[in-house]
Design a protein around this ligand. Structure first.
Ligand SMILES: [Zn+2]
Length: 308
């Protein structure tokens, strides 16, 4: 069977939605639902694979210009479904065992409006509702990270939000725009609110937030001692070749990982996939290479989740 997920187009929300429906047609044994709507009313889709008591949560595209993270996780979803269907042992991992022990929840695109804006999707460009916020940046929308309201979603969580605000104000960022605006208050954005409610509903054992870029794995928040977080981080480092590291102070607050670690005291990671031009989306030509770098990272995360 040919691959359903194709690496030939910039990955808009509509392509994502179609791909999920196609996958579900061929593999009807996984669940599709939504964590709620985006600002412009798009469903923020989640997928559930596996049947286990342990719960791993992977999310992608908090940041609009990092839409390649959505594509990479969708490639993994297709692979995992095929492996499970064929009951395979793959790279030494017993896929059936992973499937039966871990429920894998995935939000492949946290910020659909932002992704559509970044890719100049007609739906957004023709919808002038938030035009005032992005019009001055029309020629550099490929660098847009925020949601459609100009808020950086990964700076909108209530975990050191005031510190994030201070850090960004020092750099002169005090209003909606392409990146680094923390919002008028924590959880000001519907996308953030939906992610928080979704997390509260399922109580995950471990989370991974996919970002780009830098080939790095961030594993901590402040000085919280989280059981197994470092050890698992070392394993993720080993299978990917990405460097396990702590974020610099300037970028250390108000992200999903920070909020998850502070509230649940369980392992939460931010993975910066790939490497390319600063501030720009990674090109499609890099997807195969990046996927190969991190495929086993997903498998090892499932395996490690069983013993948390
Ligand atoms: Zn990011």
């Amino acid at each position: 069977m040919n691959n359903i997920i194709k690496i030939n187009k910039n990955y808009t929300y509509d392509i994502l939605k179609n791909d999920i429906l196609f996958l579900n047609y061929y593999f009807p044994f996984f669940k599709i639902d939504s964590i709620g709507n985006s600002t412009l009313g798009e469903k923020i889709i989640y997928i559930k694979l596996g049947e286990g008591n342990k719960k791993l949560f992977i999310n992608a595209s908090h940041h609009a210009n990092e839409w390649i993270t959505s594509l990479v996780i969708m490639i993994f979803i297709e692979k995992y479904l095929k492996l499970y269907k064929n009951k395979e042992i793959y790279k030494g991992y017993d896929i059936k065992d992973l499937w039966n022990n871990v429920s894998l929840y995935i939000v492949p695109m946290v910020n659909p409006d932002g992704v559509n804006l970044c890719l100049k999707n007609k739906k957004i460009i023709n919808n002038k509702l938030y035009y005032e916020i992005w019009k001055d940046y029309f020629n550099e929308l490929n660098k847009w990270k925020s949601n459609i309201r100009g808020v950086d979603l990964n700076l909108n969580y209530p975990a050191g939000w005031n510190q994030a605000l201070k850090n960004k104000l020092k750099k002169g960022i005090n209003k909606p725009g392409p990146r680094d605006y923390v919002g008028p208050n924590p959880i000001s954005e519907i996308e953030t609110k939906n992610m928080i409610n979704f997390t509260k509903l399922f109580n995950f054992d471990m989370t991974i937030s996919l970002h780009s870029q830098g080939k790095e794995i961030y594993w901590n928040y402040l000085n919280y001692k989280i059981n197994k977080a470092y050890e698992i981080g070392k394993k993720l480092e080993k299978v990917s070749g990405y460097k396990l590291t702590k974020p610099v102070f300037y970028s250390s607050f108000a992200g999903y990982k920070d909020w998850f670690i502070e509230n649940y005291r369980k392992p939460g990671y931010t993975i910066e996939i790939g490497e390319g031009k600063e501030g720009e989306s990674l090109p499609l030509e890099k997807v195969d290479e990046i996927y190969n770098e991190i495929e086993e990272l997903f498998l090892v995360s499932l395996e490690e989740c069983i013993n948390i």
